[in-house]
Design a protein around this ligand. Structure first.
Ligand code: OXD
Ligand code: MN
Length: 588
């Protein structure tokens, strides 16, 4: 046995001594293993087989009702110095954190099986990919990790070759919200998660490894680990440009990653290729461009709202080999969620007879877990070891007022400020109030594994001689009119905005320079076939100077909250915008 595998074995032994499982199972990722696990979970009632005719090999999992979302208040970054975790993270000193969580782990796997899950985040032979091993006592977690990562023998072989891997220890514990923590130890490349079986808290390859730990590693190694989808846009000339886009959870990343072009665009030859819907690792290539991979192998998407109208590609991929979590079911045992135009739920997400008076049939954060390969728009370049080159980066939030449909940052520094100033209304993807506007820089608020001030500086550092950086844009699909209705149709029509961006990248589209950035004139956007009134378009592309003055003041106070760690270049950029807005008011 190599010393790498010996180190892994020692860690598994140590964990087993602490947690006292009845059995230890090393996962090989094979189909036979998956079948056995599924059978076991069906027997135990952890999974319910769905309609075999309409949804072959699909299962429903019902969570404990108190365990349906990420728990940001119980998610900690445990760096030796509090300042290194920053005001954006909850913090605990590593020794105290280990002691606290190890006391919960003691004996917690008695009567259970300990699963050792080796996984690779990213294509198995990509130099950008990284490996980890998750130890868990949840077969549901194993089944999800098998879909979401490259899990099993090939990952173990890479770990044996490379030596380093992220250690993730997970137990569902008693699923008691009072005995729940998700802890990260970036210096030790380790994660400990106790008391939750929910995706973002329990599938440790996802948010814990691929964002919190990876963002920390990326900073020291000169790359970026981001909460971004990656989508390829092929134009009628057959050229594909890749766009990486950051939106907070449940703001439509999956829909944008899989969009179907509007009819006219489709006929003209536009195509969309999905590389990833949630996480993007980007690294500068020898050519100065940023090259990106999707570290995940599957989608853990929000079910409600997914329909043939909003996301036909997603619906098509959910017809087989999918795990559904916390959706409702119809009388003939098909999965059902709000937004599906057909079917009638008879059971809600808790397995009770459906009664609309008690709320929706599907939990608002109910999910599907499915292999990316099942997506009709799956990009053949997803497996490319070097990744795909990024032409544009998009930041976006859910803002019902103020923020226009789209604007372009003047340069990289301005773009980093635009990302750092992002704000969005909260959603059901995390516990807590929904619909409250909060700052969510680069959509990484719950996921940045270190001080945001240092993170902004890291972003700025990519602007160096020889770099051929993507253009940066900001979008807001969620702007509402005075009648409270969305002004922009969204979904497939978002391609019209991406088209303008790619024309800007090519230098072929117009824009108006404003203090907040460059906005398209109405004529710069292809709006053919849309039933938009001219005043709606004006509203979508309007810069409300006074509103922005207030916003830019709030952004200043926000940057100040990072004290000396907030880069001076961002303060200067912010001041430049404040001065330009003031100038506009004076000349108005
Ligand atoms: C997710 C999230 O599950 O962001 O992707 O919460
Ligand atoms: Mn996400």
């Amino acid at each position: 046995m190599t010393s790498q595998l010996a180190a892994l074995n020692r860690w598994v032994d140590d964990v087993a001594r602490l947690t006292q499982p009845d059995r230890i199972h090393w996962c090989d990722g094979s189909d036979a293993e998956a079948r056995e696990l599924n059978d076991l979970m069906v027997e135990r009632g952890d999974l319910i087989a769905l309609n075999e005719t309409t949804h072959p090999n699909c299962y429903l999992h019902r969570s404990n009702p108190s365990d349906v979302a990420r728990v940001e208040h119980l998610t900690l970054v445990c760096t030796p110095e509090r300042e290194d975790a920053g005001p954006n993270n909850h913090w605990m000193a590593p020794a105290e954190a280990h002691a606290k969580i190890d006391a919960l782990f003691a004996g917690c796997m008695r009567g259970r099986t300990l699963y050792v899950v080796p996984y690779c985040m990213g294509p198995i032979d990509s130099p950008i990919s990284r490996c980890g091993v998750e130890i868990t006592d949840s077969p549901y977690v194993v089944a999800n990790m098998r879909i979401m990562t490259r899990m099993g023998a090939a990952a173990l072989a890479r770990i044996e070759r490379e030596g380093t891997f992220v250690k993730g220890l997970h137990s569902i514990g008693e699923l008691d919200p009072e005995r729940r923590f998700i802890m990260h130890f970036p210096q030790e490349l380790s994660i400990k998660s106790y008391g939750s079986g929910y995706g973002g808290n329990a599938l440790l390859g996802k948010k814990c490894h691929a964002l919190r730990i990876a963002s920390h590693q990326a900073r020291s190694e000169g790359w970026l680990a981001e909460h971004m989808l990656i989508v390829g846009i092929e134009n009628p000339q057959g050229e594909t440009h890749y766009v990486a886009a950051a939106f907070p959870s449940a703001c439509g990343k999956t829909n944008l990653a899989m969009l179907i072009p509007p009819e006219g665009h489709r006929q003209a030859g536009w195509k969309v290729w999905t590389v990833g819907d949630d996480i993007c690792w980007m690294t500068p290539g020898a050519d100065g461009r940023l090259w990106a991979i999707n570290p995940e192998a599957g989608f853990f998407g929000v079910a409600p709202g997914t329909s043939a109208k909003t996301n036909p590609n997603a619906l098509a991929m959910l017809g087989h080999d999918t795990i559904f979590t916390n959706v409702g079911v119809t009388a003939d045992n098909q999965p059902w969620w709000e937004g599906l135009p057909e079917g009638t739920p008879v059971k809600d997400w808790q397995g009770r007879d459906f009664d609309p008076a008690r709320g929706p049939a599907a939990h608002p954060n109910s999910r599907f877990t499915v292999s990316a390969k099942q997506c009709p728009s799956y990009s053949p370049h997803t497996e490319d070891a070097r990744g795909v080159p990024i032409s544009a980066i998009v930041f976006g939030g859910r803002r019902e007022s103020l923020v226009p449909l789209v604007f372009e940052a003047r340069d990289w520094t301005h773009g980093v400020l635009v990302g750092a100033a992002m704000a969005s209304e909260t959603t059901a993807a995390a516990t807590g109030a929904v619909g409250v506007v909060r700052r969510d820089p680069m959509a990484m608020k719950p996921f940045c594994g270190y001080n945001y001030g240092d993170y902004f500086a890291h972003w700025l550092s990519f602007d160096r001689p020889g770099a051929k950086l993507p253009k940066i844009f900001h979008v807001n699909w969620f702007r509402k009119g005075a009648d409270g209705k969305f002004l922009w149709p969204g979904f497939g029509d978002n391609l019209r905005v991406l088209e303008w961006m790619l024309q800007r990248v090519a230098g072929s589209a117009g824009a108006e320079e404003t203090p907040i950035g460059n906005l398209p004139h109405a004529a710069d956007l292809d709006l053919a076939g849309l039933a938009l009134q001219p005043q709606q378009v004006d509203e979508l592309l309007r810069v409300d100077v006074e509103g922005w003055q207030r916003e830019i003041g709030e952004i200043g106070a926000y940057l100040d909250s990072y004290g000396a760690r907030a880069p001076a270049a961002l303060h200067r950029e912010r001041q430049r915008i404040a001065d330009a807005l003031e100038g506009c008011r004076e000349t108005a």
